[in-house]
Design a binder for this molecule. Structure first.
Ligand code: HEM
Length: 410
């Protein structure tokens, strides 16, 4: 079915349509004319009936899909809508070992265990070490006088946070960071990271994490690995489950936070009044607005487990449903002047961390802490920052990413 609000053949899974046009103006047109719209696109994988996917653009509908796991299952690859973007049936099966692609009751069991590592107390315990590291990162960048904000500032803290949280020994961190960086963003040809390199890095990371789990089972320490796998707790993760959990953290907690920080910097540099306000008042609402504004994860997907109705559309069992956070976060029926970057926005019911269902971002408080620590360190130590060129975007339909942002420090 062609939608009159969109150009013929328009495809929301095509990375090229996102170049410098985020949020897409097409989302606004769909929200008004066809908020749940069937985008017919061939996918070519046997066993899935329909060649296409639903595009869900309104805030209320994205929330509804997220909070009804019995109707909208996460069990079939949540991150790629169109299977012909390089995914096989075998890969779909392996992905079911990652909690993001599990449904209740299995998801509930794993989530209850891993939540032990993300309590407010556990996150607070990381604050001192991460604050010191954020201060050093900013000091080193300022000392250079100018450079790429992504590599100099935004990259490292998210990786350090995951390493601190898990309790990865210092001497292993460089290897972990290297594997993590190789696994992400493989659809950008400029990064020259092939799928094979990404897959090998993932295998190495999983096997490293499984070995760490086995060692801590044998000889527990004061870290999250020991708490999640130690034998004396009820309901533990097996070493293999722990391996896949670390893999998920390295993807879910790494580039998302890196891009929130980078987009936040770009937003402050292009809205100097907001940066002045931040430096003066440090409003607690700023990090949430940065995530709404950036929406690092453009969309996730679900599969309908039964025929159902959503926003006036009739969805059939087995059809793919794309929920577009990027659109929901600019829905004018929920956000007053959504196109304005306003760090005092409150309330701010954005869906950048998910639509409030069982998969809601496990690392939200850690991400908010990291964003605050970086911008506080910049506000404390750098008298002036300015843009030294346009940001270079990552080629991706799934991540709203920036791979380079040149800045000057004074
Ligand atoms: C899930 C966004 C940072 C760990 C998610 C989801 C989104 C998201 C949209 C899916 C929600 C759903 O399906 O309902 C973000 C953003 C971040 C961020 C925008 C940074 C600004 C982090 C960090 C960690 C993390 C720092 C951990 C170190 C996870 C995990 C899940 C998840 C484990 C899966 C939860 C589950 O399946 O139950 N995140 N995330 N995230 N996130 Fe984050």
């Amino acid at each position: 079915m062609h939608c009159p609000a969109l150009p013929e053949g328009f495809d929301f899974t095509d990375p090229d349509v996102y170049q410098s046009r985020v949020p897409l103006p097409e989302f606004a047109r769909l929200r008004q004319t066809a908020p749940v719209w069937w985008n017919a696109q061939p996918h070519g994988i046997a066993g899935f009936d329909d060649d296409g996917y639903w595009v869900v653009t309104r805030h209320q509908d994205v929330k509804e899909v997220s909070t009804r796991p019995e109707v909208f299952s996460a069990n079939v690859n949540t991150s790629i809508i169109r299977f012909n973007q390089g995914i096989s049936r075998d890969q779909i099966e392996v992905q079911k070992l990652i909690m993001l692609n599990m449904d209740p009751p299995e998801h509930t069991r794993v989530r209850q265990i891993v939540q032990r590592g993300f309590t407010p107390r556990a996150v607070r315990a990381l604050e001192g070490a991460l604050r010191r590291r954020a201060g050093q990162i900013v000091e080193e960048a300022r000392h250079k006088g100018s450079g790429d904000f992504v590599t100099d500032v935004a990259c490292e803290l998210p990786l350090q946070a995951i390493a601190e949280l898990i309790g990865i020994p210092q001497e292993d961190r460089a290897r972990i960071f290297d594997w993590s960086n190789k696994m992400i963003a493989y659809d950008d040809p400029e990064l020259a990271i092939t799928e094979e390199v990404g897959a090998n890095a993932a295998m190495e990371l999983i096997s490293y994490a499984m070995n760490l789990a086995a060692a801590r089972k044998e000889c527990p320490a004061q870290d999250i690995v020991s708490r999640l796998v130690a034998a004396e707790h009820d309901g533990n993760l097996g070493s293999d489950e722990f391996g896949f959990f670390v893999l998920l953290l390295a993807v879910a907690g790494n580039e998302t936070t890196r891009n929130a920080i980078t987009h936040g910097m770009h937003a402050f540099l292009t809205h100097p009044d907001q940066w002045e306000l931040y430096k003066r008042e440090r409003p607690a609402s700023a990090a949430e607005e940065i995530v709404r504004w950036a929406t690092p994860v453009v969309s996730f997907q679900r599969t309908a487990t039964q025929d159902t109705e959503l926003g006036g559309a009739r969805i059939k069992k087995g059809q793919r449903v794309g929920i577009f956070y990027s659109s929901a976060n600019h829905d004018p029926s929920v956000f007053d002047r959504p196109e304005v970057f306003d760090i005092t926005r409150d309330p701010n019911p954005h869906l950048g961390f998910g639509g409030g269902g069982p998969h809601f971002c496990l690392g939200k408080s850690l991400a908010v802490l990291e964003i605050n620590l970086i911008f506080n360190a910049l506000a404390d130590a750098v008298p002036g920052i300015s843009l030294a060129g346009d940001p270079r975007r990552l080629r991706s339909a799934w991540l709203n990413g920036v791979k380079e942002l040149q800045v000057h420090y004074r």
